[in-house]
Every structure is written in C-alpha cells, then in structure tokens.
Design a protein around this ligand. Structure first.
Ligand code: F6P
Length: 363
C-alpha cells in the first residue's frame, strides 16, 4: 500500500475538515492508497512515539460540516524555525527541517499534503526542495494568498462578520450611536471591505488605506446633521491612522507572529480627540470569525481542493499548491504560491465600487 500524510498548520479555518474528507474520499476510490494524519501539524511527526493516525472512513464521515480541524493545529511548530525553550526560560528558534525530512522518509510516506496559509506553504517549499513529495492546499480566512482567487474560510468569516454587523446596525439606530466593529485579516482588508459592502457601512478602514480621524468625524457629523443619527464603521485589525503604527502585542512564547487586535479602541479615542460628539461603542469580533460550520460555498471549495490535492498526488505533480483561478480548480508551483502577498489595491475596482456606494475610507 502507498501512504499519504495529511496535516493542517497555522490558525484554524472553517473548511479544513472538508478538505481532509475530500482527500480521503478521493483516495478511497484507489485501491492502493491509505491516508494518514499528523496531529497538530508537524508535531505529530516529531513526537516520540509519533502522533499519526490512520484516516479511516469512521474518522472522516460527515466531518465536512464541522468547523476546526480533526487533526488539530498550531502556529508554533514551524520546522524551519522550531521554538526550543532554553534552560533560562527564553526561546530560541532551530532549523529542524532535515530531521523532519528524515522522519517522514523513515515512516514510509510516499507523499505529504500540507493544508495551510503562506507560512505553511513556505514550509512545503523547503520540504519539496529537500526531496519530499509535497502538495500544498491554501487555507486562510484572510484571503491574502495571491496564487489563488479565493481561499476557503474567507466566505464563512465574512458571513459571520456581516451577521454581527447587521445586529450592530439595529442597536446603533436605537441609541443614535457610532458603532465600531473590528474584524480580522492581518495586513489585508478583504474581510473588512466585503463586510462593509454586504452590511452597508458608512465607513470602512483597511490596512491598505491609512485613515485621517478628522475626515471620519466630518462624515459622522454630516450624518447626524442630516438626521440619520447613527453610523456603523468596520475596521480591519491591521488598519492604521496616517503616520500611525500597527496596534499589536507580542505573541505567545514560540510564536513567530505579533498578535493584532484593539484598533477599534484606538479609533474610538482618535475620533473623540478629533471632536466626535456622538456616543461610540466598540466591538472586537475576534475568533468567532474562524469558528463554527463552514458556509455552503466554503464546503464546496474545500471539498474540491481536497479531491484536487489527492489527484495531484496520483499524477505525481509534486511541489505544487492547489489553486482556484478563473473559476476552475487548478494548481501553481510552490514558488508562485508564496511569491506575493495579496492585498487590496486602493485604486482597484472593489474600492472604486465601495466609494460608489458611499463608503468612506477616511482618506
Ligand atoms: O490568519 C488568520 C487570523 O485569524 C488573522 O486574521 C488573525 O490576526 C490571526 O489569525 C489570529 O491568530 P491567533 O489565532 O494566533 O490569535
């Protein structure tokens, strides 16, 4: 029997289980393949004894509707920068990729399918360069990978954010308040802008367009003068005022990333400073955007990605990442997969259309 190892890395994302099920269902149609899963990304391979499970029908039946990942995940086990706690409590990063390659080969895996975002696909690239037969599957709610038109999880995150936004509109209206809703997305404003368009926000602040608090206050005052008396703002966690810095704090020990979050409170203070007289309330949506069941769209996209990933294994097209482009499921090289970060073009159609709808970017 031939064996393929599947794992999920980085932050979780609705649709991961649908990818896993898609891989398993397609593999079962071949008589000579078995699918295994490494628990908690590559940690399952590193551990002794290894935490690797066989992905049987019983383990994967019906999981496509469940959020999270049955394989668990972590963003603190990058084999290229593996965090090792030193005797004095500090953390040093080590390159354990050679050891990982050795372990994967020794365990007899013919292929590896790595489901993850840009960080994970950089790891895929290193493993591929070191001789492992790897296929990448793109994942992120942030939709910030340039090599695919869409990632699964994004649509679910936008749906959750829009549902929350709708709820904030009714309470903003009742209290004549300014409601600020902060959404995720790191350095890309996709979740924020889609939510602002879907919900009908007056103001949308994204990392790609630094904002001026005075301009937003002007807009707020205009709305109040016209008698509408309430304003709904969507702000991306990576948004910054002109000349300002990112609001972030250090990640946990072993994490390579800073934790974003809190821009809603920064904006609230800046609006007050700039003379906003209306009452302001802030909502930081946080991880609910990543939780729960994937939407229909994401279930479909993730399932198609899973099937395609296994078919790339069958075709021995290694060193590639599954991608959704021009309405078809295709693949790109891992080089292309990690080359560019996908952010909103401030002069592009989406921003233009949003402005056409009357949404202000505070610029
Ligand atoms: O990349 C997905 C994402 O949800 C970002 O939008 C957010 O900034 C980050 O992950 C949060 O990471 P964590 O779950 O480690 O707090």
């Amino acid at each position: 029997m031939k064996k393929v190892l599947v794992l999920t890395g980085g932050g979780d994302c609705p649709g991961l289980n649908a990818v896993i099920r898609g891989i398993c269902k397609r593999a079962r149609r071949e008589k000579d393949w078995e699918v295994y899963g490494s628990i908690e990304s590559f940690n399952g391979v590193f551990k002794e004894p290894q935490e690797i499970i066989k992905l049987t029908r019983a383990r994967t039946a019906g999981i496509h509707i469940k959020g999270g990942t049955i394989l668990k995940t972590t963003n603190k086990s990058n084999p290229i920068k593996f965090p090792v706690t030193q005797p004095d409590g500090t953390v040093k990063f080590e390159d354990r990729s050679d050891e990982l390659v050795e372990k994967i080969k020794k365990s007899g895996f013919d292929a590896v399918i790595n489901i993850g975002g840009d960080g994970s696909q950089r790891i895929s690239k290193v493993l591929a360069d070191k001789g492992i037969s790897v296929i990448g599957v793109p994942k992120t709610i942030d939709n910030d990978l340039s090599a695919t038109d869409m990632t699964f999880g994004f649509q679910t995150a936008v749906q959750i954010a829009t549902d929350s936004f709708d709820k904030l509109v009714t309470t903003a209206e009742s209290h004549h308040r300014v409601m600020i809703m902060e959404v995720m997305g790191r350095d890309a404003g996709w979740i924020a802008l889609h939510t602002a368009i879907a919900g009908g926000a007056e103001v949308c602040l994204i990392p790609e367009i630094p904002y001026h608090p005075e301009k937003i206050v002007k807009r707020i005052n205009l709305r109040y003068k016209k008698g509408k008396g309430f304003v709904n703002i969507v702000i991306a966690e990576g948004a910054k005022p002109h000349g300002g810095a990112l609001v972030s704090r250090e990640g946990e020990k072993g994490s390579e990333h800073k934790r974003l979050g809190g821009v809603a409170y920064q904006l609230s203070a800046l609006l007050k400073e700039a003379g906003c007289l209306a009452e302001i309330r802030e909502t930081v949506l946080g991880h609910v955007q990543r939780g729960g069941s994937p939407t229909t769209y994401d279930r479909v996209l993730a399932s198609l990605f899973g099937v395609k990933a296994f078919e790339l294994v069958l075709e021995k097209k290694f060193g590639r990442m599954v991608s959704f482009r021009n309405n078809s499921i295709t693949s790109v090289t891992l080089d292309e997969a990690v080359r560019e970060y996908h952010t909103i073009n401030p002069k592009g159609d989406l921003v233009k259309a949003a402005k056409g709808l009357g949404i202000s970017f505070g610029a």
